[in-house]
Every structure is written in C-alpha cells, then in structure tokens.
Design a protein around this ligand. Structure first.
Ligand code: XMP
Length: 507
C-alpha cells in the first residue's frame, strides 16, 4: 500500500508548494479540501493543515473537526493551520497590527524538539500573516520565537501536534525542508519510497484493475503529458488503448510526421488524422484570438469524436491532465488562480468515463515517469506548446502561406536553440508572425515584407515567466538565418517582456 501524507487545504496559495516539498523528499502526499479528510484510508501516516486567506475568527473561515484525527496521527499546522489548532483549543488569535510579510529569524528555538532537530538559532523563515497567536492554551509549549512573533512554533505537550506560524514550504525558509523532513520522516515515519518506478508499478496495477478489458481512447498532442499518459496506459492495457493524433495544420514544421513516427516506435496504437484543410477553411478571415481558439477547440472535438466512434465499444476517454491543471477543481476559495487553456469539452461531448492517470503529478514528475518508462529524451524534454498551435502565433488572420513562413522561421529558431545547447535552458520558445510589413534592403532591392518576433522565456510553471537572456551572438545568428532563408521575412525582433504583465503567447 502506498503510504501518504494528507494536506488539508484551507485555501492558501502555497498549499501546492507543501505538496511539492514533500514529493521532493520522496514522500507521497495528496491535497484534499479542509473538510474532506479520508477517515477510512488506512494508508495515511500524517496530516498537514495549510494556510488560508481567512482569519480563524472570521465567520466565513473554514473549520474542520480534528477530533477523529488527533491522537491517531501526527498533525502539523502551518500559519492558519497553526492558528486554527491554537484557537479551537482555547488560545487567542488577534490581528497583528501590521501584516508581517517577509523574512524573519527563529530565536530561542528548542533544537531538541523533534520538529526542529538540526536547526540553529537565527534560522531564516518566511512569514506571511495578518494575525498572530497572542495566548496559547495551557498545554501548548512554545518551541521557537522571532523578535516580533512570540509563538513562531509550538507543540502540544505529550502529543504529536505542532504548529508553525511561518511557511516552511517556501524556499526563503532556509531550513524549511529540514522541518518538513523532521515531520514526515522522523515523526510520521515515512519510508520515503515515492519515486517514478513505484508510481509506475502502483499506477499500472490500479489501471488494470480499473479498466479490465475495456477499450480506451486518448488524444495525443505531441506534448509531454499526453505522451507519457499514453505510454503508461499502453503498459497497463496494451492494444485496448487507441491513441488519436489530430493535425489541425497549425503544428510546427514536420511535427505531425516526426511525432507520429516517435509514437509508432514506442509501440503505441495510434491513428494520425490530417484535418488541416477543415481547419484552414474554418479559420479563413478570422482575426479575433478567442474566436480562433474556439474554432480550433470545437473542430478538434468534432474530429476526435468522429474518429473515436469508428472504434467499437469504447468505454473510457483518457487524458494527460496533470496536477497544476487541477488547481481550479481543487480551489476551494472560489478564486481562480489560473484558468488552464487546454482544449476542454471532450469529456462532456463524448459521454465516456474519464481516466486521468497523471492527475496527481507535477510536470517534472511526469518527465521522470516518462524517463523511467524508457521514452526518448527529445519527447520528454519538449517545450510546452499551445493547443491551438501556430494559430495563436500568427497575429491576425491565418493562411496556409503564413503558416509555412512561420514554420520555417520557428524551425530555424528552435533548431538553433538545440545546436547552441540552449533548448533545455529555456522553458518555452517560439516565433510570432506579426501583422506588419516593414521596408528593408536586400542586395540592390527594396523589400517590403513581414516582421517576426522571437519569444523565449524561463519559467517553472508558466504562471510567471521572464524573457530568456539569450546570448547576443546566438540572436544575431538566428536573425541572419531567418532573414536570409525565409522568404517573406525581412525583420526580426526579440520580445523582452516578462509575465506578468505580458503573457507568454501574444494572443
Ligand atoms: P500564456 O500565454 O497565458 O500561456 O502566458 C501560458 C502557457 O499556456 C500555453 N497556452 C496554451 N496552451 N491552449 C493550450 O493548450 C491554449 O490556448 C494556450 N494558450 C497558451 C502557453 O504556450 C504557455 O505554455
């Protein structure tokens, strides 16, 4: 049985980070809403209470009953979680006067306490709170303070229950990982056996159990997530999985052919559908970005649905949904942190049961699983690419000729990044075809042709991104190559905007 730590989510923006840190310690964990603790699950070894945008004394504050957990499992409350435990046991929590945000240092810490073992006085932690615990219940003992916060950490005497006012999951808490390790390994007794290989073993077994002899369809995009999901399912159910790869005509140069080839080499049962004509005619004359997205989304669903219906007795639709895609469904406060752009609507249309074997993994974990499954590096390390493809990188209306121009320019840029060993150093890169013409001179000729923009960003999750500081020599070479080799382009610009306030894509 896969042991797990449960993170009760009270709505903090850093809840996901707690999960990340634990996974980095090879400890499996799941985030569940604050009031959905799985009481009947015998594999739970410990519980963490997250922070929250609320104050514990707010009427709307999220509350949960810990009585069935306390005494049975170790508990660690973080920020609101710590305040909640103190408050519901008779302590007091009050507004701090000024909101404390940023670095602080732990003084007077009790390094003999199992939670703080290995820490030295002065250890830097990250604070982000508007409330503070002003009095603790009698049986609570302070185990660390800062100069501003008396109760920076506490333990209930004789009980495996701790609270910390700071955020150990944030990198700026220098010993944060040590504290989390102390909790999950020393206190909860985790075996730290969560890794890609164990994930594959348990997931393949679970998929066989769940799917039996049922037939499954999966939409491949050429991207990492759907590809890894396909290979994993293929290992579990073999030829009962049929994959469909739709070419909407807006893929990169030779991508349809190359990726299809890769999939066949991996032993996948894959149908490639060239629907580019349909998309080109539906998109003709359309300039509005959201409209383009809608047309492609709907067209994709129609093509996929038609192909899937040619396969007999399909019962399941598999998708490569990953953990960050689920933020919205996990979001309990109603604030959408990121609305994901993936082409939605398929499950609703198809009336099939949904199978999402990667839904609890982060991107780098998906890559580790792919590697463990023996997938080639060039598939695993591929940059993210938008579902509507080059359609959102051609500003204005789309024609097959514009797609050709962009494919050529994009190919030079991406191949250049590979040749210069820069591809793996950026999160994502591509070229944008601008709806402007500018004057140039080539030989003795005056030219009046299109301008393109190069875009390359560094990021960890696409929610924020910085423009990649690529070497000037490299940019000069790419610019030269594009202007000399791509007919129709006579000017190249480099996009130096970060996200926010810009976004990664231009449309
Ligand atoms: P933005 O442009 O919002 O993009 O900074 C964030 C990430 O999402 C990708 N993206 C899309 N992916 N369908 C997708 O599947 C879309 O419509 C779409 N728009 C943007 C983008 O490439 C980046 O990785």
């Amino acid at each position: 049985m896969q042991e797990k730590v449960i993170i009760l989510d009270f709505g903090s923006q850093t809840t996901q980070l707690i999960a990340r840190r634990l996974r980095e310690l090879s400890v499996y964990c799941e985030i569940v809403p604050y009031n959905k603790f799985p009481h009947d699950d015998p594999s739970v070894i410990g519980v963490i209470l997250s922070g929250s945008p609320f104050s514990v004394y707010d009427e709307k504050a999220f509350r949960t009953d810990l009585s069935r957990i306390r005494g049975r499992l170790p508990i660690l409350g973080i920020c609101y979680g710590a305040q909640f435990i103190a408050y519901t046991n008779g302590g007091s929590v009050e507004p701090a006067g000024t909101r404390e945000y940023g670095r602080a240092h732990l003084e007077h810490l009790d390094a003999s306490n199992p939670l703080l073992r290995g820490l030295k006085p002065g250890s830097q932690v990250w604070m982000s709170h508007g409330d503070t615990i002003t009095t603790l219940p009698d049986n609570f003992r302070i185990i660390a303070s800062t100069d501003k916060v008396a109760v920076a950490a506490y333990q209930i005497e004789g009980e495996p229950v701790w609270g910390v006012q700071f955020h150990p999951e944030v990198y700026h808490s220098v010993d944060g990982t040590q504290i989390l390790r102390n909790f999950v390994v020393d206190i909860c007794g985790s075996r730290q056996d969560w890794n890609a290989a164990s994930f594959i073993d348990t997931t393949v077994a679970a998929l066989r159990e769940q799917l039996g002899d049922d037939k499954v369809v999966l939409g491949l995009s050429g991207g990492v997530d759907s590809s890894v999901a396909a290979v994993l399912l293929n290992r579990a159910i073999g030829s009962n999985l049929t994959c469909i790869f739709v070419d909407h005509g807006m893929l990169r140069k030779d991508e349809f052919r190359d990726v299809l080839n890769d999939y066949k080499c991996l032993g996948l049962n894959v149908i490639g559908v060239d629907a580019s004509q349909k998309f080109f005619s539906e998109l003709a004359g359309v300039t509005e970005p959201e409209r383009k997205r809608k047309i492609i989304g709907k067209g994709f669903i129609d093509v996929f649905d038609e192909e899937a219906h040619k396969i007999k007795d399909v019962k399941w639709l598999a998708q490569g949904t990953i953990y960050p895609d689920c933020i919205e469904s996990l979001s309990i406060t109603g604030t959408t942190i990121k609305s994901h752009h993936n082409v939605g609507g398929l499950p609703e249309k198809m009336n099939l049961r949904l199978c999402e074997p990667l839904r609890l993994l982060f991107k780098d974990e998906v890559r580790a699983v792919g590697r463990e499954l023996g997938m080639p590096d060039h598939l695993i390390k591929r940059h993210p690419f938008p579902g509507p493809g080059l359609a959102v990188r051609i500003l204005g209306d789309i024609t097959p000729e514009k797609v050709r121009v962009l494919q050529e320019a994009d190919h030079i840029f991406i191949q250049g990044l590979r040749d210069w060993d820069l591809y793996d150093k950026v999160w994502q890169a591509g070229v944008i075809l601008l709806p402007v013409k500018s004057v140039g001179v080539m030989g003795d000729e005056r030219t009046y042709e299109s301008a393109v923009a190069l875009r390359a960003v560094t990021s960890t999750d696409a929610m924020t991104a910085d423009w990649a500081h690529l070497p000037y020599e490299f940019l000069a070479k790419v610019s030269n190559d594009i202007i000399n080799k791509v007919k129709g382009v006579n000017r190249v610009a480099y996009d130096i905007s970060s996200k926010p306030p810009a976004t990664i894509e231009w449309e």
